[in-house]
Design a protein. Structure first.
Length: 397
């Protein structure tokens, strides 16, 4: 297996925004050192920084986008699905990368420790290198004192322009479980756009990839360890909360041979040189000229948008339809538990079906491609989730 990235170095931690006038000059800009805000690079890479700042924009596509709203309000069944867990307290659609630190600090969901900052601020990496793995379990509020930046250039480059350097060891430590090689431009995104959990003992971010990267392999991994994110208070089911498995989903889809940047980073000009835009957003919110249309010759932004939405709509509709059967399963299982009419062995058989059905459903619901990254997989998982829910309802009769 090819070794990606490089050994993570202990870096100087910047606690304040560097003054451009102090570190650069118009004729000979000096490259900043340590972890710095992207704006510190504006003198040398103005168009890249300008495109990065566009991540502050909030816009919706028909089925996705970065315009925030409460999932709990839009999909009221989620309060039942996630009852007893933090996601039942607050669950909003994510905004752009410039808001990562602000959003994790302000969410009402409980936080287990400092590792909650792993994909929210590069300052987490600096402290993990400085203080050791024990930093993962530091009290969240105490750890927040060390956090200054949202996502910066460091997360993908270690402040080394043009070079991809992976910074998060929860990914690099698990690459031996991946049976193919990927471009570093994909792995840079995979540092965060994956399914993960926080180890109960160390609170470290951990990827459940030991058995494979598909949902069934992950369920087997969690089952082997007797792990659950929480126990549903009404059904008694030990449940799993999927995160955002874009990397695991897209790689077996029709675009799995491409890098993330091929679709999500348009080309732009920088001092007469063609570079990649650093506004990471849905291609539906861009011109598509330098991404989708390069391969889909003869199509237009309008025609491609229609094709994407035609793929996403059936997935969206099926997601809601399957949610109805999972809701029925939770409600019926809750009644039987309360009535005490079945043995624990019988209840556990239904709980197993509930656990697997909800995880497979969640795997699709939380994946940010909204079905487009891999429509075949999305339908497969939803069909399996539906069948598991129906089997559970049959056992309860």
């Amino acid at each position: 297996m090819k070794k990606f990235g490089r050994t993570i170095l202990v870096v100087a931690f910047a606690v304040a925004v560097l003054s451009l006038s102090a570190c650069t000059s118009k004729d000979n800009p000096v490259e900043p050192e340590g972890i710095v805000p992207p704006q510190a690079w504006a003198e040398k890479y103005p168009s890249i920084v300008a495109s990065f700042e566009k991540n502050a924009e909030m816009a919706a596509t028909k089925y996705g986008g970065s315009e925030p709203y409460s999932y709990l309000e839009k999909y009221q069944f989620l309060s039942l699905f996630y009852e007893g867990y933090g996601f039942s307290k607050q669950y909003d659609r994510a905004r752009g990368h410039v808001y990562t630190l602000e959003d994790v600090l302000e969410t009402d969901r409980p936080k287990k420790g400092a590792s909650c900052f792993a994909c929210k601020s590069p300052d987490f990496v600096a402290q993990l290198n400085s203080q050791g793995v024990e930093f993962n379990s530091m009290d969240f509020e105490e750890a927040s004192k060390y956090m200054t930046n949202s996502i910066t250039c460091y997360d993908c480059h270690m402040e080394e322009p043009g070079v991809i350097n992976l910074t998060l060891t929860h990914l690099t430590d698990k690459l031996e479980n991946v049976d193919r090689e990927y471009k570093d431009t994909t792995l840079a995104c995979a540092q965060c756009h994956v399914e993960y959990y926080q180890d109960p003992e160390t609170i470290a971010i951990t990827l459940p990839w030991n058995n494979g990267l598909d949902a069934d392999s992950m369920i087997a991994y969690y089952d082997e360890r007797g792990y659950s994110d929480w126990v549903h208070p009404q059904t008694g089911t030990p449940l799993l909360k999927a995160q955002h498995p874009e990397f695991e989903t897209y790689q077996t889809g029709i675009h799995g041979n491409l890098s993330c940047v091929d679709c999500h980073m348009e080309e732009t000009e920088e001092n007469g040189e063609t570079v990649k835009s650093h506004q990471w957003t849905s291609p539906l919110l861009t011109s598509m000229e330098d991404t989708c249309i390069k391969c889909h010759a003869g199509d237009t932004k309008e025609s491609l948008t229609a094709k994407v939405e035609a793929i996403q709509k059936p997935v969206y509709d099926k997601t809601l339809a399957v949610a109805e059967n999972i809701t029925k399963l939770i409600e019926e299982l809750s009644k039987v538990v309360k009535e005490g009419t079945k043995s624990e062995e019988e209840l556990d058989a239904v709980r197993k079906l509930h656990r697997e059905a909800q995880f497979k459903w969640d795997f699709v619901f939380v994946e940010n491609g909204e079905g487009f990254h891999n429509q075949e997989l999305a339908h497969k998982l939803l069909d399996e989730a539906n069948q598991l829910a129906l089997e559970g309802l049959e056992l309860l009769k």
